[in-house]
Ligand binder design. Structure first.
Ligand SMILES: Nc1ncnc2c1ncn2[C@@H]1O[C@H](COP(=O)(O)OP(=O)(O)OP(=O)(O)O)[C@@H](O)[C@H]1O
Ligand SMILES: [Mg+2]
Length: 246
């Protein structure tokens, strides 16, 4: 039976695609077959590269990736908006929840990773309205929440966790999508505070991780063993917060 992970986040541009690629990379390295699904891709037209292209690029050096990685996009819209808004404005049909669900349920890879658009409550359709949170519920899938590192992330992360919990979703953990070389006070302090939210920190991906040659190493060291990496939450916290503790 396939394992299904939903990669959502606190918003757009938080590093969901990089996190998705890292999760896929570790599974591919472990010999698994992987399907990566971006149900609704916005902000690109025609054959322009979207998020799935980034996943393919970053995993391209992994032996067997060409055979064992499958990429699925069910709708694309040129306006760089939420999928429901982009569909409305471009006059294209919005994605239907039941069809997306059926398509994902038909996949047979060992691991299925579904990357949402923006955050958990972004709509794919207005009437009837549905979001990636609804899809996670339909699929009974674990949710990963990719968060940003800096000031503001505590509210965004708390709000997202509350929504997921309220809906009965199973949260697999938080991933910091882009961890800077030289974290500022807020970023360092957030490492400990994010772990006070009752959800494990299961990864932190260094900023500047967009290089395929180094990506296998990055994926392994940035993600927790539950995501087939070697990331250690306690070591990471100790490294970045030790001089904050009095
Ligand atoms: N760890 C990282 N290393 C290098 N670049 C990063 C990292 N995290 C994010 N970026 C860059 O920041 C931008 C946004 O990241 P990404 O595309 O992963 O966000 P997203 O959450 O998937 O956004 P969307 O909602 O559009 O899908 C991209 O240009 C990406 O290359
Ligand atoms: Mg993305």
């Amino acid at each position: 039976m396939s394992q299904i992970l939903i990669v959502s986040g606190t918003g757009t541009d938080v590093g969901k695609t990089i996190a998705t690629a890292a999760i896929a990379a570790n599974a591919l390295i472990a010999g698994k077959s992987v399907s990566v699904v971006k149900p609704g891709q916005t902000g690109v037209s025609g054959n322009e590269p979207g998020d799935l292209h980034v996943v393919a690029e970053l995993t391209s050096t992994i032996p067997g990736a060409a055979q064992r990685l499958l990429l699925h996009e069910y709708g694309r819209y040129e306006p760089a908006l939420a999928p429901a808004s982009a569909a409305r404005i471009s006059g294209a049909p919005a994605l239907a929840r039941s069809e997306v669900l059926r398509s994902i349920q038909a996949l047979t890879s060992d691991l299925i990773v579904v990357e949402g658009a923006g955050g958990l409550l972004v709509r794919y359709s207005d009437d009837p309205a549905w979001t990636i949170a609804d899809l996670a519920h339909d699929l009974n899938a674990c949710v990963l929440i990719v968060v940003h590192a800096g000031l503001g992330t505590l509210h965004h992360s708390t709000a997202t966790i509350e929504v997921a919990t309220h809906r009965g979703l199973d949260i697999a953990g938080l991933i910091i999508g882009s961890w800077p070389d030289q974290p500022d006070l807020a970023q360092r302090s957030n490492v400990a505070d994010l772990q006070r939210l009752g959800v494990p920190l299961v990864g932190a991906i260094p900023s500047g991780s967009g290089n395929a040659r180094e990506f296998e190493h990055i994926a392994r060291t940035s993600l927790h063993p539950v995501l087939l990496g070697t990331f250690n939450e306690a070591d990471f916290t100790h490294t970045h917060t030790q001089e904050l503790n009095r």
